[in-house]
Design a protein around this ligand. Sequence first.
Ligand SMILES: Cc1cc2nc3c(=O)[nH]c(=O)nc-3n(C[C@H](O)[C@H](O)[C@H](O)COP(=O)(O)O)c2cc1C
Ligand code: SF4
Length: 484
Amino acid sequence: MWKPPERIEFTPDPGPWPTAKEARASRLFSPVKIGPVTLEQRTWIPAMVPWRATGEGEVSQDVIDWYARFAKGRPGAIVIEATGIRDIPSGPLLRIGDDRYIEGLSRLVEAVRKASGGHTRLFIQLIDFLAVRRRPAKAKFFESHLAITDEHRAHLAGESDAAIRTALAAMDDKTLRDVLSDREFDSYSRGYRERVTDTHLPHVADLPEKLPAMFAAAALRAKRAGFDGVELHYAHAYTMASFLSALNTRTDGYGGPRENRVKLPLEVYRAVRQAVGEDYPVGCRMLTEDCIEGGSELADTSWFAMQFAASGMDFISFSRGGKFEDALTPAPGQAIYPYTGPSGYECMPHYISDERGPFGRNRPAVAAIRQALRDAGHQVPVVLAGGIHGFQQAEQYLREGEADIIGMARQTLADPDWFAKVASGHGSQTRQCKYSNYCEGLDQKHKIVTCQLWDREALDEPGAPLTPDGKRRMVAPEWTPPAP
Ligand SMILES: Cc1cc2nc3c(=O)[nH]c(=O)nc-3n(C[C@H](O)[C@H](O)[C@H](O)COP(=O)(O)O)c2cc1C
Ligand code: SF4
């Protein structure tokens, strides 16, 4: 992962912990309404892909064990990982693109309800993404991936297409930059990737026609499976965030000025709302800033948030960055990963940072958007995440009106009992996330995600699920509250 050149090391310091009485009186542990449902506390586990679904995208026992473990900590809400709205093979990532997924998802809902004693609300993140191929070996790319065009023929006049392929494969990268188009060079050096601007591809051109109904059908399945609400994934490197991005230059009315870029996200939301009804929580996860050159900035995203609030969304959860455009070049055989460049750093900041540090990095941007929403009379609850790990820190953000709900992703991966421990006055027993991004490295390699702080602990504990190689436990060890 890219790290800021300043390379300043930060050590998370959660500060003092509250007594159980102080926790009860805190804002963090006070209820908040998300549309028609109430969260018992303002705590939220944002979506995290753990690579545990079956190869068919179904809920596996490992998925159930993973979320039931989080539920034991009784946060206000858990958002299930980005779940694909299409029924297309996508490895062990959850899918909701067909009715046959409902049964497994219902079991997941049931398991979370039981493990949290009914105290945690469960949302699911709905995602659409475009094709991303692994970076091919150079010989393979020129042998079969590249379509030979008249531009190549003009460069290598008189040669057959087969001879052109051989000649290109023998060129160094400097020469190839001149001979190939920018897009071809990108596919060669980073792997082929579809963009929302690829309107020459019929299935990309018709995204505005297809996606509203697909998201709506997925949301209805989520409702039927028993989820308390849905989160539309409008963040990071995926289809909907790419429509919102200032880099979206589509000329069909869905790109260019921000009024056009927000059109599809609003159409998707309205279709979802119509499918699930007024009394069902629907919100989105979006970016405060794209954090890439030419991407959307606060003025755009603040305006988008305003449109979403005005159209009736029940919550807005904010992230930042996480884009393909500035991601590091993958090795041949690997796929590009949107969290490896500077924008990826903004999304999941590491403990080695710049003077701004990794803790609460999205706070000023979220606070500014929330203020703009309130000034316009919108009361939509706003979720802030990114490097939050201490009670005082969370409480301060809430008290200063910078957010309504606190999201903690890696901190709860490090310690799923964080909420139960802090609420009961046992905050000093929390396991502190180091922000080392070992977990994110596993995600990048499409490996089962665990935390380095507990995955080698008590491997011989009866019933502890282990990774197929037997080297890592797959869920955090249990916590037994001290006797009163
Ligand atoms: C392993 C892993 C998987 C993630 N998967 C998702 C995801 O599916 N959807 C999403 O919106 N964010 C995802 N994220 C980003 C987190 O939700 C969160 O925004 C980010 O980690 C910053 O918050 P934190 O500092 O509390 O961890 C993932 C993060 C990690 C570490
Ligand atoms: S591996 Fe554990 S300690 Fe490291 S960043 Fe992830 S959750 Fe935190």
